[in-house]
Ligand binder design. Structure first.
Ligand code: UDP
Ligand code: MG
Length: 136
């Protein structure tokens, strides 16, 4: 049974800055996640605050929004079988120290905040997040 889904991925400023965009995109392709849309943008702190509003009560919220707006990011729609869960698996744990070998965060993440990538955590959130960056 086919279960093709779409998810939102973001290559965060720490990884864009280190020219890791192509390497990370290659990892998606190798894992059968097709990049159907991709754009490099630089968002404001206000836009980051809207995107990450589920975290507004957390102590790290303000720093997180400053960070995501600190430099260019690459936002992508990934499509494939079970893409939401598959992308989360390929990304690895939030804190790179706890991420499994060969995950993006283990390979490239610098710290729990500068962890190189974002990925939607549910099909519902994927829809909301895709609409946030790709309105048509
Ligand atoms: N984050 C942070 N400090 C923390 C937890 C999270 O700076 O203690 C940042 C980190 O960049 C993370 C983002 O907030 O990717 C969103 O947190 P979440 O728990 O949703 O992790 P994710 O879904 O990205 O693995
Ligand atoms: Mg999350």
């Amino acid at each position: 049974m086919s279960n093709v889904e779409r998810t939102l991925s973001i290559i965060k400023p720490d990884a864009v800055e280190r020219n890791l965009t192509q390497e990370i995109q290659n990892i998606f392709s190798k894992n059968n996640l097709k990049i159907v849309e991709s754009k490099k943008i630089h968002i404001t702190k206000e836009e980051a605050a809207e995107f990450y509003k589920v975290h507004q009560s957390k102590q790290f919220y303000s720093d997180l929004c400053s960070y995501l707006s600190s430099g260019p990011i690459v936002v992508m729609i990934l499509e494939g079988e079970n893409s939401v869960a598959l992308n989360r698996k390929i990304m690895g744990a939030t804190d790179p120290k706890n991420a499994e070998d060969n995950t993006i965060r283990k390979l490239y993440g610098l710290s729990i905040d500068k962890n190189s990538v974002h990925g939607s955590d549910s099909i519902e959130n994927a829809k909301t997040e895709i609409n946030f960056f790709f309105k048509d």
